[in-house]
Ligand binder design. Structure first.
Ligand SMILES: NC(=O)c1ccc[n+]([C@@H]2O[C@H](COP(=O)([O-])OP(=O)(O)OC[C@H]3O[C@@H](n4cnc5c(N)ncnc54)[C@H](O)[C@@H]3O)[C@@H](O)[C@H]2O)c1
Length: 263
């Protein structure tokens, strides 16, 4: 028996990285999974892996969280194929292309559109279904950058916004028995972080370069546990928020960051 047997979870940005880790941990607990991502080939591959390894139903849908039409169409499609949604994980996110004083308005617009407004758009599309059923769990993936700031103001501000929208929506949707919580991941060696390392090094971000050494030094010097986080770590926290173990927890943002920020 899994903790999420008979549940259906829609996870955005789940084709790879943290989202894939979250989808995997939810599936291990018995949830059927809807993977929504721009990267549809990777999304199909991940759905296939979940089906084969964990025996759940997993489907892949091409969704752009910045597009009203795409979000509405794919939430409709998810409901038509799966019959319901119990859990929504808003994970899709992007880094800026530039750092510090070089950040551009385009960086701000993109981080805001994907990392913050994307949460609002997908949540707004799914919540009527939650209200109808008087039940639902929402988990937003923010970042430790939303608490600490740092050299990527567009990204950090979008993630502080993700923490804030979590509180507002928890207050708003509590009376419909909907819990809304956030996770603030620390540092994970995903494609997103490899792009950030490239940016720090002054390379073009789309050429994902391997700068593992610097990353390891940042982990060692900033985290009491001196251990990088993994998609599995974030997935386990998402399982907790998605389960009835957390039924009296809402509006919270949990740091999963090796102790980088204590509060
Ligand atoms: N990697 C880290 O250290 C770290 C730390 C804190 C928070 N986060 C956050 O975790 C989340 C996942 O990041 P990751 O590290 O796995 O990055 P990643 O780049 O590996 O994965 C992000 C996924 O989001 C998808 N995506 C991007 N824009 C989208 C859009 N408009 N519509 C739908 N899907 C879209 C991408 O295609 C990709 O599959 C992001 O919100 C990120 O900001 C990451």
């Amino acid at each position: 028996m899994g903790r999420l047997d008979d549940k259906v979870a829609l996870v955005t940005g789940a084709a790879r990285g943290i989202g894939k880790g979250i989808a995997t941990e939810l599936a291990k607990e018995g949830a059927d999974i809807v993977i929504c991502d721009l990267l549809i080939d990777d999304a199909f591959r991940t759905a296939g892996e979940l089906q084969n390894k964990h025996g759940v139903t997993a489907i892949a849908l091409e969704m752009d969280v910045t597009s009203d039409d795409s979000v509405a169409a794919q939430v409709r499609e998810a409901l038509s194929q799966m019959g319901k949604i119990d859990i929504l994980v808003n994970n899709a996110g992007v880094p800026p292309d530039n750092f510090g004083a070089d950040e551009t308005e385009a960086d701000w617009d993109r981080c805001y559109e994907v990392n913050l407004k994307g949460i609002w758009k997908v949540t707004t599309a799914v919540v009527p279904h939650f209200k109808e059923r008087n039940e639902g769990k929402i988990v937003n993936i923010a970042s430790i950058a939303g608490r600490l700031g740092g050299g990527m103001s567009s990204y950090s501000a979008s993630k502080a916004g993700a923490i804030s929208i979590t509180q507002s929506q928890a207050a708003e949707y509590g009376r419909f028995n909907v819990n809304v919580n956030a996770i603030c991941p620390g540092l994970l060696w995903t494609d997103l972080w490899r792009q950030i390392e490239g940016m720090f090094a002054g390379d073009h971000t789309e050429e994902v370069v391997d700068r593992r050494e610097r990353f390891e030094a940042v982990v060692a010097s900033n985290m009491p546990l001196a251990r990088e986080q993994t998609p599995e770590d974030i997935g386990k926290a998402a399982v907790f928020f998605a389960s009835d173990d957390a039924k009296n927890i809402t509006g919270q943002s949990l740091n999963v960051d090796g102790g980088m920020r204590m509060n």
